[in-house]
Design a protein. Structure first.
Length: 238
């Protein structure tokens, strides 16, 4: 039995609230159960210096957790003067995931930065950030299309969503909350496109190594979960 009472293949309730921030070109408050992340997409009419005059644009991401996103107050990384390794790893993952479904040439020499700020954390913050970040990115592209800057269908190639899966109490389960994540025997994150393509898999055995059969069970859960998330994204932007 999972601590939440969910079935092994049952995700938490997922919701998207678009246009959460009035200033950003695109924004979305995404909730995976008690994990809440504010995603904002900001457009700049320039590219990083190393892409200048290349005819290509860029999509990147930044990630952070508010001090009371967790049970005890964390110090802001800005106060420490540098980002932690976990933060850098997650924001690079978010950026890679979003770029996997963007035609950078069709975007033109512009940069979109997707900021993912965790308001409340209960496991799965990176997967929620990727899934909600796609919605914010979509709305930013629609903002650009409304101003005759791009055609969304030429820039955005597909949906992308992410979900965590793991082995908890010897059972493969989907969408781990904090209680499960902190005690999981195996923890994995899957990033997949709407067409079912795999963008990235991060899997770690916290105790005994997991088998190929167990990995395939986790993959099957992730495939079903990401397709459910893509369906929810489609509902949100309809």
């Amino acid at each position: 039995m999972r601590p939440s009472g969910r079935q092994t293949n049952q995700m938490r309730k997922v919701s998207f609230e678009r246009n959460f921030s009035k200033h950003a070109e695109g924004s979305c408050l995404v909730k995976f159960g008690d994990t809440h992340v504010l995603c904002t997409a900001s457009l700049e009419d320039k590219t990083p210096p190393w892409l200048r005059n290349s005819g290509k644009g860029w999509v990147t991401a930044e990630y952070g957790m508010l001090p009371r996103a967790t049970g005890e107050r964390m110090k802001r990384e800005a106060a420490a003067g540098k980002q932690g390794g976990r933060t850098q790893e997650i924001q690079r993952l978010i950026g890679r995931s979003l770029r996997a479904v963007i035609d950078l040439e069709a975007l033109g020499e512009r940069q979109i930065t997707v900021d993912c700020d965790v308001i409340q954390a209960d496991g799965g913050t990176r997967t929620a950030s990727i899934t909600g970040g796609w919605v914010a990115l979509y709305d930013c592209l629609k903002w650009m299309e409304a101003r005759s800057m791009i055609k969304v269908e030429k820039v955005l190639k597909d949906h992308v969503a992410a979900i965590s899966c793991g082995i908890f109490a010897s059972q493969p389960v989907i969408d781990l909350d904090y209680l499960e994540d902190s005690a999981a025997e195996t923890d994995a994150n899957f990033v997949m496109t709407g067409a079912g393509g795999i963008v990235e898999v991060q899997g770690t055995a916290e105790g005994a190594p997991f088998s190929q059969e167990e990995f395939l069970q986790l993959l099957a859960l992730a495939q079903a979960g990401t397709q459910e998330l893509v369906a929810l994204q489609k509902q949100a932007i309809a």
